[in-house]
Design a protein around this ligand. Structure first.
Ligand SMILES: *Cc1c(COP(=O)(O)O)cnc(C)c1O
Length: 394
């Protein structure tokens, strides 16, 4: 083979070299400015180069980068304690990414049953259209052709149910089922909010069968839905939860949270990570929490989410040939497209608005949570312009 790109071509990369970010905007190497409603796919939720986060990272960079989990840091303990205080959890393990946090959650779930004398319970129910990342375990949990093709044999132990349909969950639960893993709002699969009561039914089924419940809040967590965690909308708690993305505002960090009961198998030597919980990452996480726990922050996300939701509904009404409906919650919303969603996100990029496709032909918008009302207007106008052009050719 004579030519092969230096970056392995597993992404369909847009031919733009991004160079600088500032709040809700990113700039390419030609100085073009884009309104960023993609933010690294739900990562840079406080906007690019948020001063408080930059300050925390700089300060830590001059103090200590890494010591290994063989030692403690006050920064790591503080972030873990804050996450425990803010959630159902008693304990936290830090990782470097979303899929690692998911992996830790699945290991925690299986280990619980082996530690309590039921090693035959190792299977996990997941949902069609899920996305938990790209490791062998996460793709095995998805079973989607796109993700698993050519990578077999797959890890055994995942059974798919229909999102939103409790009977389909009951149908795959057996004596070998350890638990259920679900995104409380589906991310890559198309920004689907569960039908009212569904997460509660899942929780009740777990309690009835002695199963553990794991929430993947890697995308929908950390304020995106207008609550710190999306499951708070449903008033139910999991036994295990994985988070990442916005926890680091662009610095790699993930975390697996669990109750003491669920984590009882995770004893000395059962799991680990070289970089997980390094103080650069945990200081950034602490700085992110400083902002997100400021009184009024999440109320503002909900208010802007409502404003944005109305804008999207208006765009559907104005452009029925381009958009069939709007969906989502908080600042996690998208438009279901009539033409292929890839053509819509490309048209938006021409209008200097960055957004990304999701399943079910959705274009999803992940504005920074600090987006202003004016920037929401600016985005709605860009969508309107793009839709006019697309509608003219439809
Ligand atoms: C992005 C994502 C992951 C994987 O996170 P990585 O950091 O890319 O490994 C897992 N679960 C959900 C819901 C995600 O959106």
């Amino acid at each position: 083979m004579s030519y092969f790109p230096v970056l392995m071509p597993v992404y369909n990369r847009v031919d733009l070299h991004m160079e600088r970010g500032e709040g809700a905007y990113v700039f390419d190497d030609k100085g073009n400015r884009y309104l960023d409603f993609l933010v690294g796919v739900g990562v840079v939720s406080l906007g690019h180069c948020h001063p408080h986060v930059v300050e925390a990272l700089k300060k830590q960079a001059e103090a200590l980068w890494t010591v290994s989990n063989l030692f403690k840091t006050h920064s790591g303990e503080r972030l873990a304690q804050r996450l425990v205080d803010l959630t159902f959890a008693d304990t936290v393990f830090f990782q470097n990414s979303g899929v690692e946090a998911w992996e830790c959650g699945i290991k925690t779930m299986r280990k619980y049953f082996s530690a309590t004398g039921k090693p035959e319970r190792y299977r996990v129910v997941t949902f069609k259209g899920n996305f938990h990342g790209r490791t062998m375990t996460a793709i095995a949990a998805s079973k989607s052709d796109k993700m698993v093709g050519g990578f077999g044999p797959l890890i055994d132990g995942f059974d798919l149910a229909e999102f939103g349909d409790i009977e389909s969950v009951r149908a795959v639960v057996t004596d070998e089922t350890a638990g259920i893993a679900i995104e409380p709002i589906v991310g890559e699969g198309g920004f689907k909010v569960p039908p009212a009561g569904f997460l509660r039914q899942i929780r009740e089924l777990c309690d009835e069968k002695g199963m553990l419940l794991m929430f993947d809040e890697v995308q929908c967590g950390m304020g995106r839905s207008g609550k710190l965690f999306a499951h708070e909308w449903d008033g139910v708690v999991p036994d295990i939860m994985c988070i990442a993305k916005a926890l680091g505002n662009g610095f790699p960090i993930g975390a697996c949270l669990a109750t003491a009961k669920a984590a009882q198998g995770m004893t000395k030597g059962t799991h680990g990570s070289t970089y997980g919980g390094n103080p650069l990452a945990t200081e950034v996480g602490n700085a992110v929490l400083d902002i997100m726990t400021t009184p009024g922050f999440l109320e503002e996300v909900r208010r802007k989410g409502d404003v944005w939701g109305k804008r999207l509904e208006d765009l559907v009404k104005a452009h029925p040939k381009v958009f069939s409906s709007a969906r989502g919650r908080g600042l996690m919303r998208g438009l279901v497209c009539v033409p292929p969603n890839g053509s819509v996100s490309a048209a938006l990029r021409d209008e200097k608005l960055l957004a990304i496709e999701a399943g079910e032909n959705v274009v999803r918008f992940l504005p920074p949570l600090v987006v202003t009302d004016e920037q929401l207007d600016e985005a709605a106008e860009a969508i309107d312009r793009a839709a006019k052009k697309l509608g003219a050719v439809a």
